[in-house]
Design a protein around this ligand. Sequence first.
Ligand SMILES: Cc1ncc(COP(=O)(O)O)c(C=O)c1O
Length: 347
Amino acid sequence: MSTGYLYEPLPDIQAGRRLHLNENTAGCSPAVLFAISRLTAEDISLYPAYERATDRCAAALGVAADAVLLTNGLDEGILTMALAWLPRGGTSEAIVVEPAYGMFGPSARLAGASVVSTTPPPGLGFDLDAVRAAITPATRLVFLASPNNPTGAVVPADGIRQLAASMPPGGAVFVDEAYADFEGHSVIGDVAGTPNLVVGRTFAKAYGLAGMRIGCLVAQPAVIRQLRGAIAPFSVNVFAAAALEAALADRGYVEWYVSQVRASRELLYGACARLGLPFWRSAANFVLVRVGDAPAVRAALGARGIHVRDRSAAPGCAGCIRITAGTVDDTKACVTALEEVVCAGRR
Ligand SMILES: Cc1ncc(COP(=O)(O)O)c(C=O)c1O
């Protein structure tokens, strides 16, 4: 039953370790706090200008500034893409490559499109043929994520190129790269040669700015102009713009955090192997694990102060929870709790 929300809100968890939303569990760089503390009363009284933050973001991503649109989190970028690209009138289709991030379908529906969901292949990887088979003359948009959420699987760049080439006239491919910072796979380099490719990024994950709400879309300048037609003029606030500049400048912090995440993923793989739990190797800051009774395991971990996400309702993910790989300290606590819960369940 619909609750009236675009996206079902999750319980507000304050105590314990938050390993359910793939946030940065170490917090943002101290340089971000310093940059925010330097904002003046006048900065706050004026509508935000974020050309400089856009320039810095474009430079960090290796593209020209007119190929970037900053957004109020990547969720706004996804919605902007849907509103800008999907014609009104209910005759267009948007393909959502499942299992998928939860904002794709609702955003496409809100824009008036019909959503076509692909059936995940057995290993939950990317099935180019299945996505191509779902394309019809009415297809305007394909939404996919690489690395994907909730699997952590990277979609091969070649598959994305072939998909973009297979689209009917007016059709575009949206690649959500929310987690690209953790292993560096990206198709941003293809944007200059692919007019119907749009890439989304967020600074909520590796950069630890989830509370700031800052992300961006990367596309050819003509596409960026079209996307601007579907976004409010000052959707990125002064705090977020200042935070982004400072976060991008502190490379050392991001590199440190990425190394924590990689070590944490290995700890989680090791625990799953010892416990005999199937898991998916991930290029992101989370690991999908098949635990069996996912709601019960989620609740038992929650009772121990370890909050993970039950993803068992996602297509192909029956029995699965998703665990954020944050700092090694958080992950060690999670592994201890997981061992207790799984072993208690087997007694
Ligand atoms: C694949 C994917 N895209 C986008 C987002 C949202 O990003 P933001 O917090 O920048 O809106 C998330 C957050 O979990 C995500 O998993």
